[in-house]
Design a protein around this ligand. Structure first.
Ligand code: AMP
Ligand code: GLY
Length: 423
């Protein structure tokens, strides 16, 4: 069969790598892809938001199955556009992708269906938000309602910071229209865990857990990024946590969406905080995490096409989802200056030793230059992933492999997986 993957990051490279392992697949296209994806798929220069062109391409090439990796097209309704033409596509429709597309929606959903999450209020009037802050307990968390590249969350320690935060989100529109509405949320403490799941509208199956490192600098300092590294599984995702979440969070979310007439098919990413009162939902995403996908998918034993088709067909209960009994660590190699300002176009060398068995080099921001060389083309450049017998082994291997790669302004965190030592 012919498969089209939509997106251009490390997540889409990991998806393409899993798709390439399926004996059912003859040809993979990726729109728009990147230099690494181009080694296993044919990259097509169509942007992820160019729905008409994507659909026309899928029809022309007789694509059997399309996988949407990114949030923006999902929230914008790309799945609806494909389905309208009778094309088979993996991902939630627009009315379900709102689970990620609107934080105010997701908070109201959790409240209505008693799914554990932080206390909150939604605001569309900055004056009311400011009045609320006058009497609120600090620290407090401000969230732009819409998509903001994972950067629309401000944790404010003082009232002054919170007042500035309201101004920047709702008045100065730092995150554009994403800030027309804002959620003000209680600050929670605890460990964070990312849990990805496959969902077919009714049934949900949980993938192996992971943990991200969102801040740019060592010791969780600096600005929030899309994610600087991950490990899987999380040693803090214990059997008790799993049982609690199965009872109160996972199926409850799927059932809530169905009850609202927003049947969810695709991947639900549960961002969880393990608080003293038990696990609570920090956020939902309507797609694989990046770089979470880079440590979870290489450990999945199933044929990814079988699982994704079951999600579309509503037969996920017939799938036995299995993960290898090992661990993986991903260290992101970024361009110095990310997530603010950075240079592009530097040649990258050192790809030879990645065997795609124990060592993976997932491309995120890379491109081929005119001379046919692979060059840096984004903030997050590569995801260096290694599998190991356990987390410590995987971490040592991943960091060793970061030495193989060379490019100017190479930047990484040195403490990815430090939490493993505290487990
Ligand atoms: P989100 O995009 O909602 O996951 O938020 C980004 C990051 O902000 C999360 O990964 C947490 O580290 C932090 N965060 C979000 N909401 C809260 C909260 N209510 N309490 C404490 N930290 C939070
Ligand atoms: N790594 C976090 C995300 O994909 O949203």
């Amino acid at each position: 069969m012919k498969v089209l993957v939509v997106g251009s990051g490390g997540r889409e490279h990991a998806i393409c790598m899993s798709v390439a392992k399926s004996p059912r697949v003859d040809k993979i296209y990726c729109a728009p892809g990147n230099a690494g994806i181009g080694q296993i798929a044919e990259c097509v220069s169509i942007g992820a938001m160019e729905f008409d062109k994507l659909v026309a391409f899928a029809k022309e090439k007789e694509i059997d199955f399309t996988i949407i990796g990114m949030d923006d097209p999902l929230v914008g309704g790309v799945v609806d556009a494909f389905e309208a033409e009778g094309l088979k596509v993996f991902g939630p429709r627009k009315n379900a992708a709102i689970l990620e597309g609107s934080k105010a929606f997701s908070k109201d959903l959790m409240k209505k269906y008693n799914i554990p999450t932080a206390g909150y209020e939604n605001f569309d009037d900055p004056q009311k938000a400011l009045a609320y802050i006058e009497t609120a307990k600090m620290p407090i968390v401000l969230k732009a309602d819409g998509l903001a590249l994972g950067k629309g969350v401000l944790i404010c320690n003082t009232k002054e910071e919170a007042i500035e935060g309201v101004a920047s989100i709702m008045q100065e529109k730092k995150f554009g229209d994403a800030g027309n509405t804002m959620v003000i949320e209680e600050f929670m403490t605890g460990r964070e865990v990312s849990v990805l799941s496959f969902v077919d509208g009714k049934n949900i199956q949980i993938m192996s857990s992971a943990q991200d490192h969102k801040r740019a600098g060592d010791g969780d300092t600096g600005l929030n990024t899309g994610g600087m590294g991950t490990f899987s599984p999380s040693p803090f995702y214990t059997k008790e946590v799993d049982e609690f979440c199965k009872k109160y969070i996972y199926q409850a979310t799927v059932d809530a969406m169905a009850a609202e007439g927003r049947e969810f098919k695709g991947v639900i990413f549960f961002g969880l905080m393990l608080t003293e009162e038990g696990p609570k939902v920090l956020e939902y995403n309507a797609r694989f995490g990046d770089p979470e996908a880079q440590v979870v998918l290489p450990r999945m034993k199933n044929d990814i096409i079988d699982v994704m088709e079951a999600c579309v067909d509503g037969t996920l209960d017939q799938i036995n989802l299995e993960f290898e009994d090992n661990a993986a660590v991903c260290v992101v190699l970024a361009s110095e200056g990310y997530p603010v300002a950075y240079e592009k176009g530097f040649e990258i060398t050192g790809f030879d030793q990645f065997d795609n068995k124990d060592y993976f080099c997932f491309h995120a921001g890379t491109a081929l230059n005119e001379a046919g060389k692979i060059v840096t083309n984004g903030g997050r450049v590569l995801g260096i992933t290694a599998k190991g017998s356990d987390l410590k082994d995987a971490r040592a291997k991943a960091y060793n492999a970061t030495n193989w790669i060379d490019f100017e302004n190479k930047y990484m965190r040195h403490d990815i997986g430090k939490a493993i030592d505290e487990a």
